[in-house]
Design a protein around this ligand. Structure first.
Ligand SMILES: [Zn+2]
Length: 287
């Protein structure tokens, strides 16, 4: 799946937001209703199913799982199914084998159709124009992310990933469990840091990092504790220069993972060309 088609999916969602005059938080239920789509909560039939789209003739219905009691997760699930409804070619593709399409959280590595629907969901719930305007009201880092999650009614993780795409700050989002990195997203300014080493999935958290220490106590995660401290970008990314930064760490509760936001203090790393994406396209998670 090319970056362009993922970007297209996002832009189609943003166009829907504009055409329908939607505001934050985007009313996904209202949008479904205006398309004659019935939406209902469904107990999860199978583990891992986050939502489904059903078709009967010209009629569509969405079911969304409630086993994760998190409004952001549920809204993202509904928005993902709306993606299958709106995106060109999706209904034909997903209903080629039957009348029910099931979506699964956490699949993000694979199916391009699912990835497109995820990007549609992100664009729908966090349209860049409205999202950027809100983000500008808060100071860089976790403060902005937390407010954006409240305003958009999206999960902290989805909001953090989206924020990393639009912020001018040099910032990294790291989701980890125990001592290893689950995934990492860098803002454009961060990607321009000289000599920066990207944290791949499965790589080990820096030994002296606050996040590594935090993750050693499981209650920190289950109770959603938060801590922060100063750090250095070299410690995390082995970049050429020592650059002061802050490290904000948040336990994600029953999700069992930790969100870390690393924000550089100084405005470094200018001069490199914009728009190169050495780390590929972000893949959205549900929560
Ligand atoms: Zn799907």
């Amino acid at each position: 799946m090319s970056d362009t088609s993922l970007r297209d999916a996002e832009q189609l969602a943003e166009q829907v937001v504009r055409d329908c005059g939607l505001t934050l938080p985007v009313d996904v239920l209202g949008l479904a209703q205006s398309n004659g789509i019935l939406v209902s909560a469904k107990p999860a039939a199978a583990m891992g199913v986050s939502g489904m789209l059903l078709r009967s003739g010209d009629d569509f219905a969405i079911g969304y799982a409630t086993h994760v009691r998190n409004e952001g997760f549920q809204r993202f699930s509904i928005a993902h199914e709306l993606g299958h409804f709106y995106l060109p070619g999706h209904p034909e593709h997903i209903f080629s084998a039957g009348a029910v399409h099931e979506s699964r959280a956490g699949f993000a590595s694979g199916d391009p159709i699912e990835l497109q629907a995820d990007h549609f969901a992100a664009g729908l719930l966090m349209p860049s124009a409205l999202f950027t305007k809100e983000a500008a009201k808060y100071s860089d880092g976790f403060t902005a992310i937390e407010h954006l999650a409240e305003i958009c009614k999206t999960s902290l993780t989805a909001s953090a990933i989206r924020y990393s795409e639009i912020t001018d700050a040099a910032l990294a989002i790291v989701v980890s469990s125990r001592s290893s990195v689950e995934y990492c997203f860098l803002s454009p300014a961060m990607r321009r840091m000289k000599g920066l080493n990207f944290l791949k999935k499965g790589s080990v958290l820096p030994r002296e990092s606050l996040t590594r220490t935090f993750n050693q106590t499981s209650e920190n995660i289950s109770l959603g504790r938060r801590v922060d401290d100063s750090t250095d970008l070299q410690l995390w990314f082995r970049c050429d220069d020592e650059i002061d930064a802050s490290e904000e760490v948040i336990g994600l509760g029953d999700y069992g993972k930790t969100l870390t936001v690393i924000t550089a203090d100084a405005d470094d790393g200018d001069g490199a060309d914009e728009g190169d994406k050495p780390w590929g396209q972000p893949q959205f998670r549900y929560r």
